[in-house]
Design a protein around this ligand. Structure first.
Ligand code: NVA
Length: 304
């Protein structure tokens, strides 16, 4: 890890991404280290959460620590008081911060104004813990990562950005199929391109989903309307109407391809009911693997 925080996949050198996945797998298969003994972490959640909150709370406890959940109503990050003051206070009182925020900048302010680790539990730009758990799931499902074809169909959002960075870091080929205006932001895409070049893997954007999923080992999708995008809901449903992952689209991928979704899923929008519950769907493995991936991250940050 480059610094004390984990805000983005780019906080890991490309080779460290594969090592983190290995570490997560090792923890899953053997035992949980306890570097959080005697430590207390603050969990700041500006947005709702099921998987992230539960997997962090369970992981922290299993690693020997305790946590305090702080909703936006409790602290009003950036509204009741500025992020910088929240950071300075928590720095005196707790041993680490896990934060889910609307603006990625809030995470950076927390990180810049603390001496303790800050972990990104989802921002508008990135969801790196999800991407690490997803690599673990892909590795378990397909037996390797390097050279695999991962196709993401849908919005070029936080999930797509972190997945592009994670795949390119481990030498997996990453293709996104999204309408032109909904591509992954260049801050993530340009770095993913650099990482892919270093690993001699491919990074591609293919507008038509039917073309993008050909020869895919993994087909991944996420909601069209992320938390914070609600005002654009109608427009997004219209723009993405042709981007649903269903059994027909999945039929164009490799015959042993797996389907992935970070959840919550909007069945009938980005994914059909039938596809979500299909034997090719590994979505609940993904949900479980959040726990193991986050333990690996916390073991790295709190064992120094
Ligand atoms: N892109 C989604 C992911 C939810 C885990 C969102 O930001 O709402």
């Amino acid at each position: 890890m480059k610094g004390k925080d984990f805000l983005s996949i780019t906080d890991l050198e490309p080779d460290e991404v594969a090592l983190m996945v290995q570490r997560a797998r090792h923890i899953k298969e053997t035992e949980t280290p306890r570097p959080l003994e005697g430590k207390v972490l603050a969990l700041i959640f500006e947005k709702p959460s099921l998987r992230t909150r539960v997997s962090f709370e369970v992981g922290i406890r299993q690693m020997g620590g305790e946590c305090i959940y702080l909703s936006n109503a409790d602290i009003g990050l950036g509204t009741r008081e500025p992020e910088i003051d929240v950071a300075r206070v928590l720095d005196r009182l707790v041993d680490g911060i896990v934060a889910r925020v609307f603006s990625h900048r809030s995470l950076e302010i927390l990180a810049e104004n603390t001496t303790i680790p800050v972990i990104n539990a989802l921002s508008d730009l990135a969801h790196p813990c999800q991407a690490l758990g997803d690599l673990l799931t892909i590795n378990e499902s397909k037996g390797n990562l390097e050279g695999l074809n991962v196709t993401y169909v849908g919005d070029g959002n936080n999930i797509a950005s972190s997945l592009a960075l994670a795949c390119s870091s481990v030498g997996a080929n990453f293709t996104i199929s999204a309408p032109g205006d909904y591509h992954v932001p260049s801050i993530a895409w340009d770095e993913a391109r650099r990482r892919a070049a270093q690993k001699e893997s491919l990074l591609d954007w293919v507008e038509k989903p039917q073309d993008a999923v050909k020869s895919a080992d993994v087909v991944y999708t996420d909601v069209w309307i992320s938390m914070g995008d609600e005002a654009e809901a109608d427009e997004r449903r219209r723009v993405f109407a042709e981007y649903q992952v269903n059994t027909e689209l999945m039929g164009l991928a490799k015959s042993d391809a797996v389907f992935m979704h970070d959840m919550p899923a909007h069945r009938g929008e980005e994914v059909s009911d039938e596809m979500f519950d299909h034997p090719k769907s590994v979505v609940f493995h993904q949900a479980e693997n959040r726990l193991h991936a986050q333990k690996a991250v916390m073991a790295e940050l709190f064992s120094r």
